[in-house]
Design a protein around this ligand. Structure first.
Ligand SMILES: Cc1ncc(COP(=O)(O)O)c(C=O)c1O
Length: 389
């Protein structure tokens, strides 16, 4: 099956009723025909056998198989949120004495895990400028077990060269863990480019309609079944069957939504670039983006997210946000509805001002997650908001 066919049919399991739409198995437990069958299932649980929903559920399994097929991964484990996926992938594989190298430009909660949680358990973490391959080379050591980065950073839209970092990490035997949220499953070829583990917050483009929290960890059969699954099923971060059903329906339309959002993002970026009052329009799809060539090689398209840096700092940013009429002020992203965020006072408020500045998160920076509305309405909205500034 080609990618767009997998989105609709991948992983589907039909019950004896032959339902067209995927069924929601809203059950936390399963019954056995006999005591012997129960005993056997606890000794070894086959791929289409279930014990308890924290361990696995048919609707959740459909979601895991569909997204794994789409990404070209051998297996997947679905989690209660994107952060449960980031935490589960890292903590399940690391132990005291291990070393991790991570890009510094991370979403605040990812940074919290790497900066505040892992060191409490004896894992040392070195942060590098993700775009600088020399820093990755200098930071890896014989005890480096993992490298971690967002393939496109939140919110400054800096790309990390997956193939370049993978070559450096693999030379030391370290696994490459990629948080691929901003690249989206539609434009991802992360495994072919060298990633060992791909992580998504399914809350973003996979749902794409603002309904549920979810996440997924994708990798080899050995990593998912041998390392991730035992940790996740015993610590409780598994996905609910209802969430998996919502996300299965989300995947069916993700290609249509993300491609429409990307076309709209390009139109908004082009309309804003060069306008007075804006210091920078940051969009990987524009030739002015410093990593435009890497974006073409790694993703092929610029994606659904852009950022603008307003010259007037926080006051200008707030005036811009408050003048928007179609685009909503919120902190989610990847949604069918266009969303504007002021990272310095919301998603990245916790960071010290100097760290924010070093990550390019200025007081005037606004992150735009572009939706599927009519592009003319979106362009009119940002231009009239800019006039208000
Ligand atoms: C890059 C990135 N990783 C992980 C997450 C966490 O996802 P969730 O909110 O589903 O836990 C987010 C959320 O914004 C994100 O932007």
């Amino acid at each position: 099956m080609k990618k767009r066919t997998k989105l609709v049919h991948g992983g589907t399991k039909r019950s004896q009723w032959g339902e067209l739409s995927e069924a929601i198995f809203l059950t936390q437990g399963f019954v056995y025909d006999s005591a012997e069958q129960a005993e056997g299932r606890f000794i070894e649980c086959g791929p289409d056998e279930y014990i308890y929903a924290r361990y696995g559920n048919p609707t959740v399994r459909m979601f895991e198989e569909r997204i794994a097929m789409l990404e070209g991964a051998e297996a997947g484990f679905a989690t209660a949120s994107g952060m449960a996926a980031v935490n589960g992938a890292l903590v399940s594989m690391l132990k005291a004495g291990d070393h991790v190298v991570s890009a510094r430009a991370l979403f605040g909660s990812c940074l919290y895990i790497l900066e505040s949680i892992l060191p409490r358990f004896g894992v040392e973490v070195t942060f590098v400028d993700g775009a600088d391959l020399e820093q990755w080379t200098a930071a890896v050591r014989p005890n480096t077990k993992a490298v971690f980065f967002e393939s496109m950073s939140n919110p400054a839209l800096e790309l990390v060269d997956i193939a370049g970092v993978a070559e450096i990490a693999h030379a030391q035997g370290a696994l490459v863990l990629v948080d691929n949220v901003f690249s989206t499953p539609v434009y991802s070829d992360a495994i072919a480019q060298g990633a060992d583990v791909v992580i998504y917050s399914a809350t973003k483009h996979i749902d794409g309609q603002g309904r549920v929290l979810g996440g997924v960890i994708l990798g080899t059969e050995a990593f998912i079944r041998g390392t991730v699954e035992p940790y996740m099923k015993h610590t409780g971060g598994s996905m609910s069957p209802f969430t998996a059903w919502v996300l299965l329906k989300g995947i069916e339309t993700i290609d249509l939504r993300v491609r429409a959002q990307t076309e709209n993002a390009m139109q908004v970026a082009q309309a804003l670039e060069g306008k007075p009052g804006i210091a920078r329009v940051i969009y990987p799809g524009l030739e002015s983006h410093p990593q435009h060539a890497l974006m073409l090689r790694q993703m092929g398209k610029g994606g659904t997210m852009l950022a603008i840096d307003l010259e007037g700092g926080k006051a200008a940013a707030f005036r811009f946000l408050n003048a928007l009429e179609v685009i909503l002020i919120s902190n989610n992203l990847g949604d069918a509805k266009s969303i504007a965020t002021h990272p310095a006072t919301t998603t990245h408020q916790r960071l010290p001002a100097e760290v924010r500045a070093s990550l390019g998160i200025s007081e005037g920076l606004i992150r735009l997650s572009v939706g599927i509305e009519d592009p003319e309405d979106l362009v009119d909205d940002v231009l009239q908001a800019l006039n208000a500034v």
